[in-house]
Design a protein. Sequence first.
Length: 116
Amino acid sequence: MADVLRENRRRDLRVFVIWEPVLETDWGTPSPALTGDVADPRVMHFWDRDRRLSAWFGGARKLPALAAVEKVGFRMTDVIWDTALLYPPAARWGDAATVLLAPVVKYRADLALALR
C-alpha cells in the first residue's frame, strides 16, 4: 500500500486504515512497526477491537453488495479483512464503494489504477 501512496501524490486523497483482530496474535493495538508500513500524512489509523466496522458492513458474506467492482482473491468467513474499499470524493457515510479489492497486496496494481 505504501508504494501505491508514493505513486499517487494527490493531496485530497484520504486513507483510513482500520485494524481489526483477525489472527490469534491480534490482541492489541497495532504497533508503530506495523502501522509504519502504511506511513503517509494522508493516512489515519484506527483500532477496532470489537470488529464493529466489519459487522456494520455485514461481514464477509455481504462483500458482493459493498461495491460496483469487486475482486476478492481469498475466502473470508466472519470478518472483512485485508480489503480496500474506494469511495469517490463526494461520498457520504453509508454510500456504496466504487471498488473493493482483497487482498490489497494481490491487487496493488488495480488499486493504483483505481486511484488515478
